[in-house]
Design a protein around this ligand. Structure first.
Ligand code: CP
Ligand code: NVA
Length: 309
């Protein structure tokens, strides 16, 4: 049987996401009651990280501990891409662990890892996608709104990894997606075609005008303008994205009950102002908390714990 990997949200169907959310809701409720069911006893997750992380690393590590499993944090010293071939690395690593959770500079290298891995590989962020983030974020929206279908998420900023994964999640679950970005940072044709294969009915519009994007938004979302690995482009990016700051003026263009989301870490004063991220519309802490719950749901679903409903 072929191994299931989650490298983008195109690797899951809408029904599978709903199933993961059912497990997530159950596990979150139990967690809040102080119950931590050991659904994955003895299972080991390798966390292979090339970039720094707070949320993703700690939420996966705590989540596995809650489920009765354990984690191995693997940094540069294991020599992925430097000590041996990618194939040898992946085939050997997957003899020891039950799942590989990988944060990498290059999406292609994660695809190659998955090609050779004999256990599931979960993308914990690449330059192309951040599926765990979007999976958790739409779970948060389901908590906030109940039914998410027909809602509108406006992403203001860089059409990069987080935005691509959010657009895919919205396509799956029937939310409208609006992207406000400078034309050269909007989605490219290859991604749009891929998205339409995954979610043929996706309602997606791109514009260079942030006010237009947020006008009917239930959610205003932003991410950093300078992602990990783009540090050399910092000066140019800060100038290009300056008109796309999510501040009180922009939030005033959105419906008054819109929520504000950010995957974090935030560069306050750049893509978002303190008044917005610390304001009453902001749900960033609930959003970050749900990273752990949704990833526990994903792990239980993927590793097939017998007691998962
Ligand atoms: N949002 C997110 O993935 O945060 P970290 O980089 O801290 O993991
Ligand atoms: N776009 C950001 C997300 C960080 C979680 C980055 O890739 O650095």
């Amino acid at each position: 049987m072929s191994v299931r990997h989650v490298l983008t949200l195109g690797d899951l169907t809408a029904a599978e996401i709903q199933r993961i959310y059912a497990i997530t809701r159950d596990l979150k409720q139990k967690f809040e009651q102080g119950v931590r069911e050991p659904l994955l006893p003895g299972r080991v997750a390798a966390l292979l990280f090339e970039h720094p992380s707070l949320r993703t690393r700690v939420s996966f590590e705590s989540g596995m501990a809650h489920l009765g499993g354990s984690t191995l944090f693997l940094g540069k010293d294991v020599g992925w891409g430097s000590r041996e071939s990618a194939a040898d690395f992946a085939r050997v690593l997957s003899q020891y662990v039950d799942v590989v959770i990988v944060r990498a500079k290059s999406h292609q290298r994660v695809e190659e890892l998955a090609r050779w891995s004999q256990v599931p590989v979960i993308n914990a962020l690449t330059d192309y996608a951040h599926p765990c983030q979007a999976l958790a974020d739409l779970f948060t929206l389901s908590e906030l709104f109940g039914q998410v279908q027909g809602r509108t998420l406006a992403f203001v900023g860089d059409g990069n990894n987080v935005a691509r994964s959010l657009a895919t999640a919205c396509g799956h679950l029937g939310l409208r997606f609006r992207l406000a970005a400078p034309p050269e940072h909007q989605f490219d044709q290859a991604f749009l075609e891929r998205l339409r294969q995954i979610a043929p009915d996706v309602d997606l519009q791109m514009t260079a005008d942030p006010a237009e994007a947020v006008r009917e938004a239930d959610v205003v979302y932003t991410d950093v303008w300078v992602s990990m690995g783009q540090e050399k482009e910092k000066a140019q990016r800060l100038a290009t994205f300056a008109p796309y700051q999510v501040n009180a003026q922009l939030m005033a263009q959105a419906p008054a009950d819109a929520v504000f989301m950010h995957n974090l870490p935030a560069h306050r004063g750049e893509e978002v102002t303190d008044e917005v991220i610390d304001g009453p519309q902001s749900v960033i802490v609930q959003q970050a908390a749900n990273r752990m719950h949704a990833q526990k749901g994903l792990l239980v679903w993927l590793l097939g714990a017998k007691s998962a409903r």
